[in-house]
Write a protein that binds this ligand. Structure first.
Ligand code: SAM
Ligand code: SF4
Ligand code: SF4
Length: 392
């Protein structure tokens, strides 16, 4: 049997053998062509190193399904001050949970360097996320470094708890927009969902501060879990209608392996739209750009729009141009990936920016992810990295 270098990167050999279609589409380097110094002694990352040393890719960078690379999500911490029931359930993410030690995190300089390489490969939108990104000390310094990379849409997703304090300094550092997560306006429901008894008022203060600082248009993310906050859908729509902020409803997803997801917990986006439209008439709106995650709906009276993110019931993998950089520098090509490609090893191993670009391009050109299109009850139980680690 011939062992192939490139297919060893995302899959174990036995998985390669089960995936002839992926192999057929991949640009494969037989192992005999991998330089010996890249193979020797570097363990699991030898083949990523080999891709870094291979010649640069030519032409537009697309994956095996023809998708470009235009968005980068960067997780700056795997820690959070919330324990949202659908993301970091308290009984798992307790005091004994093995969060990453500080030395394992990419430094701001390392993140900025990797981001620069991604921008060179075509990335135009960078989102900082986590865990809770505003827990990372002096995040403004990273924002400043990223803002210098060029004309980017530079944004951040936050639970809003520290936004009242930080909105102005983030804006001054060069952040262009912000997305705030808020699952209900009903205080008891919200406290139950964040599971640390944090009040709605604290997040509303953060949203006001972000708007006052000019971090707009502001988006507000509401994850809908059946039987938990369904009755908050219409009140949320009413509250944000006419404010200029864009409320987006997210179907509850089977991210990670700890939230106990079941299909019955999902309120389909079509049902969410139906509930709102019954009281506040809506009309469909065109996407702002190719690959937009949310489906847009406008209020018929012209007072704004909402979005629905139907990741479960209407998968949008075919337009997915997003890469994710984990807190410790692993490149993940899908939110539901089981593992990532260790870029930190290259960053700390003396590889040049060009070589880093080669490695990222090699990973992307082999990418065939379309988890949401293939989701079943069985895949939902498969081991996957946690959203708080990979970044939402
Ligand atoms: N802590 C920040 C926050 O909550 O905004 C950023 C990280 S969080 C992982 C990013 C987004 O993912 C949030 O809007 C959150 O609501 C969403 N999210 C987390 N778990 C989810 C799940 N199981 N299904 C759908 N969305 C989820
Ligand atoms: Fe924290 Fe965001 Fe996950 Fe909630 S969704 S636990 S705020 S990372
Ligand atoms: Fe992209 Fe993976 Fe989500 Fe599909 S499942 S949209 S490939 S992140």
């Amino acid at each position: 049997m011939e062992v192939h270098a490139r297919c060893l990167l995302p899959f174990a050999v036995r998985d390669c053998l089960r995936l002839p279609a992926v192999l057929a589409m991949s640009n494969i380097i037989p192992l005999k062509y991998v330089p010996a110094d890249a193979r020797a002694g570097e363990g699991a990352n030898a083949l990523l190193r080999a891709s870094a040393l291979a010649s640069a890719h030519a032409g537009p960078l697309v994956d095996v399904l023809g998708r470009g690379l235009s968005d980068l999500r960067i997780s700056v911490t795997d820690r959070c001050n919330f324990r949202c029931i659908y993301c970091m359930p308290k009984d798992v993410f307790d005091a004994d949970y093995p969060y990453l030690p500080h030395a394992d995190l990419l430094t701001f300089e390392e993140i900025a360097r990797v981001a620069k390489v991604f921008v060179g490969l075509g990335v135009r939108k960078i989102r900082l996320t986590g865990g809770e990104p505003l827990l990372r000390r002096n995040l403004e310094r990273l924002v400043e470094m990223l803002a210098r990379l060029g004309d980017l849409d530079l944004t951040l997703t936050t639970n809003g708890t520290l936004l009242a304090k930080k909105a102005r300094s983030l804006r001054d550092a060069g952040l262009t927009r912000v997305t705030v997560s808020l699952d209900s306006l009903d205080d008891a429901t919200f406290r139950r969902m964040n599971d640390v008894d944090f009040p709605v008022a604290g997040v509303l203060a953060g949203i006001d501060a972000a708007a006052a600082a000019g971090l707009s248009p502001l988006k507000i993310n509401m994850v809908v879990k059946a039987g938990v906050n369904e009755d908050s859908i219409v009140p949320m729509a009413r509250h944000w209608k006419g404010t200029g902020h864009i409320l987006r409803f997210i179907e509850y997803m089977d991210v990670g392996a700890t939230n106990g997801w079941r299909m019955d917990d999902v309120v389909p986006a079509a049902e969410i739209v139906r509930m709102i439209a019954a009281e506040l008439p809506l009309a469909p709106a065109d996407p702002n750009y190719n690959g937009e995650v949310a489906q847009r709906w406008r209020y018929a009276d012209g007072s704004g729009e909402i979005g629905v993110i139907a990741s479960v019931t209407q998968a949008f993998c075919r337009d997915c141009t997003r890469a994710r950089l984990s807190t410790e520098g692993k490149l993940h090509t899908c939110l539901f990936a089981t593992h990532g490609h260790d870029l930190r090893d290259l960053v700390r191993g003396g590889f040049s920016d060009e070589q880093l670009g080669n490695a990222i391009a090699a990973v992307w050109s082999r990418r065939a992810d379309r988890y949401s299109e293939l989701r079943t009850a069985a895949t939902a139980r498969a081991p996957k990295v946690e959203m708080s680690y990979i970044g939402g």
